[in-house]
Design a protein around this ligand. Structure first.
Ligand SMILES: Cc1cc2nc3c(=O)[nH]c(=O)nc-3n(C[C@H](O)[C@H](O)[C@H](O)COP(=O)(O)OP(=O)(O)OC[C@H]3O[C@@H](n4cnc5c(N)ncnc54)[C@H](O)[C@@H]3O)c2cc1C
Length: 436
């Protein structure tokens, strides 16, 4: 490749957004270079591990037959923890055991991203690893290329897609978004812990390719705004926490303190017991919310995936992968359209926003845009209420010679003493509006 070579499109970042975009463009016959700062796609990537795949299944139908997915999630468990106890709601759906497996798979990003990038390469994408992009080159108001740390230096294209994930300094330097603030960020850390396959299946009551996702609220992150998770892979489990960066700072705790505390909880200790730590990583999740999205396009450039803040903040889903892939796909479709018209201006790229608006991406972002504000205004839903709920359940089921009617009344009285009913009703109503 010669310095100054011109492509139809340069995609920055080989995560789910960038690779989906590059793959789709190459399939349509456009010349594409995909630049990844890591040694290989996936080497720098962190994700809890649930790949939501409605979009991937459109891009590569029945991808699970060849992709290195770990397990299909047939069981979902939601738990509220207090300091030492747990209240759990679990579900298992046999339909999720049949194709397309509810489009919910556990994956390890190191393996998955490498496979996906290989598919893009086979489709004609030129992939350059260890290619850090430092700057988007502009001519007037138009993006025309990128400055890389590669020997060959600058690359040029009709279109640049910035899919470099949450940090996205390129977007900030271009003035497309403001500097990140702790209020809009979640700090995460994750461990991959090895356990024999048979132990995982027995411990989590699953068999064959089946997998389980467990989400923990309340005491899992010491009552801060956030949650913890545990997902089963073939021969490992992914364990992690995600917590409001603002809360973490305020409480002067580190992600490492939280994950260690979580793993020592009596309910979790026995799930991770005798496992061997293979990987530890820390990362951020953008939770800008619909009202704080960046500017998504400029002449010759599109922002996609986490770089644009496309993450569903609802803690029941933690869905970023599918939104990243959807935005990568819509970016590619918009660029194909722009190429036909030979119009790469911001106006010529208006189809990108339209596609996002017509899809689940913006509909979900709009639907759940109030979650962050709710969490700030109602910290009791993360600490006091979960603790009380577990305590009342324990009281209710504690066996004694007190007549059941009397012990039930004692539980109700205790609840009423500790909770302001009006505040609870207002909070529940707001929670219903922003979460469901
Ligand atoms: C702990 C954790 C748990 C999560 N759990 C889930 C989950 O279970 N399910 C889910 O759907 N989502 C989850 N997410 C969110 C999900 O990981 C992201 O939404 C998704 O990865 C976004 O994809 P992306 O392609 O936009 O960015 P990324 O996956 O971050 O990919 C960006 C790529 O760009 C590269 N890059 C960055 N800067 C440059 C540069 N300057 N030059 C060249 N390359 C660059 C990076 O190395 C990386 O490969 C989780 C996130 C975290 C942190």
């Amino acid at each position: 490749m010669a310095s100054g070579e011109k492509f139809d499109c340069i995609v920055v970042g080989a995560g789910p957004a960038g690779t989906t975009c590059a793959y789709t463009l190459a399939k349509a016959g456009l010349s594409v270079v995909l630049l990844e700062r890591g040694e290989a796609p996936g080497s720098k990537n962190v994700m809890g591990g649930i790949l939501y795949s409605t979009i991937l299944n459109k891009v590569i139908p029945n991808f699970w037959e060849e992709a290195p997915v770990e397990r299909r999630v047939v069981k979902k468990v939601f738990s509220v923890l207090s300091a030492d106890s747990e209240l759990q709601m679990g579900m298992r759906f046999e339909n999720f055991n049949k194709p397309p497996f509810n489009n919910t798979f556990t994956v390890l990003r190191g393996k998955f991203d490498a496979w996906y990038a290989k598919k893009a390469e086979e489709a004609g994408v030129m992939i350059l690893n260890q290619a850090v992009v430092d700057k988007v080159i502009t001519e007037g108001k138009k993006a025309v290329g990128v400055k890389t740390r590669l020997e060959d230096g600058d690359l040029f294209a009709d279109m640049i897609v910035v899919a470099e994930g949450v940090g996205s300094l390129l977007a900030e330097r271009l003035g497309l978004r403001e500097r990140h603030v702790p209020e809009h960020m979640v700090t995460c850390c994750k461990e991959v812990i090895a356990l024999p396959k048979e132990v995982i299946e027995e411990r989590f009551n699953i068999e064959g390719e089946e997998g389980v996702s467990l989400e923990y609220f309340g005491g899992s992150v010491k009552g801060m705004v956030g949650s913890a998770f545990l997902y089963t892979n073939k021969e490992t489990i992914s364990v992690g926490i995600g917590v409001s960066t603002r809360d973490l700072k305020y409480n002067k705790l580190t992600p490492n303190d939280l994950i260690e505390n979580f793993k020592e909880h009596p309910s979790i200790r026995r799930l991770v017991k005798s496992g061997k730590l293979l990987e530890y990583s820390a990362h951020m999740i953008p939770e800008f919310g619909y009202d704080h999205l960046p500017k998504l396009t400029m002449d010759g450039l599109i922002l996609a995936g986490d770089a644009a803040g496309f993450v569903n903040m609802n803690p029941m889903f933690h869905e970023g992968s599918n939104l990243a892939m959807a935005s990568g796909l819509y970016a590619a479709e918009t660029i194909i359209e722009a190429k036909k018209k030979n119009d790469f201006s911001e106006g010529g790229l208006a189809g990108y926003r339209k596609r996002l608006e017509d899809s689940f991406v913006f509909k979900d972002l709009k639907r759940y845009k109030g979650i962050s504000n709710f969490a700030t205004k109602h910290p009791e839903f993360f600490k006091e209420y979960p603790e009380l709920l577990v305590e009342l359940a324990e009281d209710f089921f504690t066996v004694s010679e007190t007549p059941k009617g009397k012990s039930r009344m004692a539980v109700i009285k205790k609840g009423l003493k500790r909770v302001n009913l009006l505040k609870l009703a207002i909070g529940m109503n707001r929670a219903r509006k922003v979460m469901f």
